[in-house]
Design a protein around this ligand. Sequence first.
Ligand code: GLU
Length: 280
Amino acid sequence: MTEFITRFAPSPTGPLHLGHAYSAMLCHDMARAAQGQFRLRMEDTDLQRSKPEWDALIRKDLIWLDLNWDGPVLRQSEQLTSYDTYLAQLEARDLLYPCSCSRADIRAALTAPQEGHPHEVYPGTCKTRAMSDRKPGDALRLHLNRALALQANALPTFHETGVKHQGIHLIDPDQAVQKIGDVVLSRKGEDIIAYFLASAIDDAAQGITHVIRGEDLFDFTAIQVILLTLLNLPVPTYHHHRLIRDEDGKRLAKRDDARAISTYRDDGKSPFDIRKMVGL
Ligand code: GLU
């Protein structure tokens, strides 16, 4: 049997809702079916919004749902400096540039993009700036065209096992430039590391062979595969699953407290009821 190590990677910025529970249950069940491992990672790089209380509640909910993870919990906030080596590698290859544009999109880069919050493609205002011109507080962006030019002879690929996009995907450079653009990777000196880079590096650090997550992230897999390839890190297999939606077809947001798993628990529902509710 091939090795199967997956992870559930919530951001502890709110309670777990049904959508998260579905994702965690699917990760767990797929790992157990493959006699593999189910790991837990707290994506708490947004130091303002991440709270120990949410971290504790998420772990409590997972245990209640009988989703016991293997090995220690990895918290990204506890290892912020470890990302510097990777940033330095990208800098040495002239793939970064400093950016002093909007604070809002730099903040947004701390967490994963989500459906309903369109990803804004950076117009490239600071693109011609050199790293030697970096000012305190500047963000660092990936120069995507240069990164793609380096990979032009062997465009990165990834394997997707989720039903909707099943197959081998060859990264399309034009699509990557048009849909994703020059993403923020960090703000140096301020312990800010952005989601795309931190999450991809930690998949490698945790030995993840299979990334199982919501299909709202499918379009952004390309950027993580580009980063992993540039950094000579292994590219996992991806599985993007359906999203759990409310009656109006809207993706359940984290702030939707009415549907927090802890609320169902307090109302006397069982983990079995939760599984039924999400169609497992
Ligand atoms: N922390 C991300 C989220 O909560 C997870 C992204 C991923 O699984 O790659 O949406």
